[in-house]
Ligand binder design. Sequence first.
Ligand code: HEC
Ligand code: HEC
Length: 221
Amino acid sequence: MKCVVQALLLCLFSYACFAATPTPTKSIPVPAVAGDAEAGKLKSEDNRCQECHGPDGNGQGPATGAAGKFAKLAGQYPDYLTKQIRDFRSGLRKHDFMLIMAKSIDETDSADIAAYFASLKKMQGDKGGENPVGKNLFINGDASRNILPCVSCHGIDGRGIDAPQQTIPVIGGQEWRYLEKQLQDWRSGERHNSEGGIMNTFTKPLTDKEVQALADYISGL
Ligand code: HEC
Ligand code: HEC
């Protein structure tokens, strides 16, 4: 208690000294600018993002012939989206077309577009994700192969874990084909933009069957 009082007094004292001196010209850290979802709605239309990712951010679904290879962006964390756009732009995440798209927008557009897709109703699967193999890996991981439970980072049913500056994505209800490709790309190392290569570590020991089982289970959530 005494310490607290002392600290408080010290604070007050230094504030008093500080206040008595002329205003210093030190720079104040600029807070991260949150995107403007209204502006992002128009920008995502003008910049053609909606053509592939859907006006509602739910991709195009298997019915269109695109067969679900365009990621759903609806309800995704804005900081995750912004990171991916940066990674496409820098080439850290490789995809020929998304490289062109990411280069066609600046950081403000990117923040606005991310805010727009993040503001939409969170992506949903068809709730048909009955797959015992996928479910078991998702919930329990496999300690013998150093696979951490997916749920520990991606949240219950892959719905994400809300936190400021969240860069761990929502994956529950994501497109099947997109999920399968990402898991294969993590496993082969083609995609290698996760911090410390964690996603490469967790997918490396998976078999093709397990990759498909996970895509089945997660896309249905
Ligand atoms: C011609 C189709 C097309 C257009 C137009 C397009 N995208 Fe994409 N986008 C894709 C595909 C395909 C992927 C998946 C890439 C992969 O397989 O890694 C993707 C992936 C993404 C991802 C990563 C999603 C995730 O869950 O990691 C983001 C973010 C994204 N796009 C944002 C945008 C933005 C913003 C625009 C507009 C400036 C845009 N896209 C325009 C096809 C498109
Ligand atoms: C320790 C935390 C952690 C665990 C455990 C984890 N992930 Fe991830 N996962 C991440 C992070 C972080 C990213 C985003 C990496 C990036 O691109 O910046 C990610 C990305 C992904 C993506 C890409 C999503 C997209 O929209 O492109 C998929 C799919 C995925 N994880 C599936 C899984 C599966 C399946 C498991 C379990 C076998 C798993 N993850 C376990 C942290 C984790």
